[in-house]
Unconditional design. Sequence first.
Length: 260
Amino acid sequence: MVALYAFCREVDDVADDDAVPLAKRAEKLQRWRDDIRRACEWGEPQFEVCRELRPSIREYNLPFSLFDELLIGMESDLQKTRYRDFDELKLYCHRAASVVGLLSIRIFGCDGETAQRYAENLGQALQLTNILRDVAEDAARGRIYLPQSMLEKHSVDESDILEGRFTVGYENAAQEIAERAWAHYRLARESFPLGQKHQLVASEAMGAIYWRLLMKLRAVRYNAFQSNRRRLKTGRLAKLAIGLKTWLWLRRTAYRPVYG
């Protein structure tokens, strides 16, 4: 999991490095694709992270197709700064987050369609929550993830988001995103593979942390612009406490996820 996280961190940092021209970032991501393909095909990777991942790729049967989907998601951040509708956004969330969950559950030792539905929906929920939290940071990079069809529906001008103006229309649009996230948390809760619960401490802790973040966003009416940024953070001690509490709750026979 440390190696998988490091891989995800590396490719995400490549995509977000505004100091590097877009063409160079695309070239770097292609090099990562070629290298992780070598690892998946039991070749000799050049990057240390891919070399560290190679034994786990074989042990847990991690397919190149999922790594490729993740890289396509990173590449889309270089090329695409707007999303027409929720279908486009859902595909992005799948590539940016759900595929990481689908890789992770294999490492955790979970299998079956129920576990896959759980990973897919939890990934969607986490990414939508993340989008609501980071709207100002993304706008500073010229990106708006909230679908254009929804912004038009609530009469939100792009300049409001790009310039950090909180409006009633934005609040209504953000509320609609939050309701989508809530629905995915609910679906993840309903498909939680109870028989494999002890393998899912990490993902359940993530679910609990991001659910808490969604509640914080709700409390400030989804105003994630500069004045409220500090109030939305979850500190390290709080995360540690949530992780410990999740581990203890998962030891109970009648465990149910706290989110959704």
